[in-house]
Design a protein around this ligand. Sequence first.
Ligand code: ADP
Ligand code: MG
Length: 343
Amino acid sequence: MTRIRRLDPETRKEIAAGEVITRPVDAVRELVENSLDADASHIEVAVDGDGTDLVRVRDDGHGMRREDAPLAVERHTTSKLTGPGDIERVSTLGFRGEALPSIAHVADLTVTTNDGGPRGTRVRVRDGAVETETAGRARGTTVEVRDLFHNRPARRKHLGSAKAEFARVSKLLSRYALCHSDTRFSLSHDGRETFSTPGSGDTDALLGVYDRTVAGQSTTFSFAADGSDGGEGNETRVDGVLCYPSVTRATRDHVHVAVNGRPLVDESLRRAVVAGYGSLLPRGRAPVAVVRVTLPPESVDHNVHPAKAEVAFRDDSVYARVEQGVRDALSTADLRRSGDVAM
Ligand code: ADP
Ligand code: MG
C-alpha cells in the first residue's frame, strides 16, 4: 500500500477533468474501482431505492491508514500516482484523486476503513465538514453514500425511476463481476440480493450473472496476441469466455469487453469479437462473451474520456488480433457439446 499524496499541479493539468457523478451508478463505478485497486477479493454493493437514498460498497481490500483516511476525501489526493509522467504508466483503475471528493460534494459520505491494525477509522463528510473518529472494523473499507444530490435538485429530477436507476447499477456491476471473475461480487437492492458471483473464475461468474444455460454452453480461452511466448510481462494477452453460438442475444450488449481490468463500452472491440464468430451466428444475433485485453499500460490511454469509458490503443491491430483469436478459440471448442448449434 502506498501513501496518499496530493498531486502536483503539473499532473493535475494532465488529467482529463470531468464532472463524474451525474447518477448513482457513477458513484458505484468509482467505489467499486477503488475496491479493486485495493486488491479486494470480496466486494458487496447495496443500493436502496434509486440510489440517492443509499449506495454502500464494502470491501476486504488493504484499507487505509488512520492518517490517510481524511486525505482520501480531499481533492487531487491519490496513492496511485507519484509524479509527472506516471499517468502514462498507470495500471490502477483510479488515478485522478477526484472520486471521493466529487461524491462528498453532492452527498453525505462516510468512509470506514482499517488497514489491518487493531482499530479502524471513520471519516464522515457532510456539507464540507470532515469528522474523523475511531471505529471498529475488520481490514477493508466500507463507503456509504447517503442523500445523493440533496444539494443538486436539477440532477435529482433528471434521474429515472428506482427500477431504471438500479438497472444501470446492475448492468455495471455485472460487467465488473464478469471481467474480474476471480473477485467475489454481490449486489442487493432494498436489502434483497439480486446476484452474486463466487470469485472462482469465468464459468462460475457467467452462472452468477446469467444462468445455467449460458454458463453450460461456454468455453474459456487465453492467448498471447502479439506472437510472444508470454512470461515477459510485456506482451498483449487476450482471455475470457465465449458462449457457443447456440446462446445468442439480440444486441451486442452482452459482449463484455475489458482493457487492463476496466470494462468498456467500446463498440470497435465488441465488433471484433462478433466478427470472430463470423457465420456461426444466426443473422442479426450477437453472442454472450467476456473478452479481456491485457497489455502494457503505456500501450493504452485511459485518460481520453472523463468517465474512462473509452480507450485509445497506440496500436490498432489489437482489433484484428482479437477477431482472429476468437475465431481460433471457437474452431477448437467442441461446439457440438451444446447440442443445438444454429448454423
Ligand atoms: P483515486 O482512486 O483516483 O486515487 P479516489 O478519490 O477514488 O481517487 O480515492 C482517493 C484515495 O483513497 C485512493 O488513492 C486510495 O488511496 C484511497 N481509497 C479510496 N477507496 C479505497 C478503498 N476502497 N480501499 C483502500 N483505499 C481506498
Ligand atoms: Mg478512485
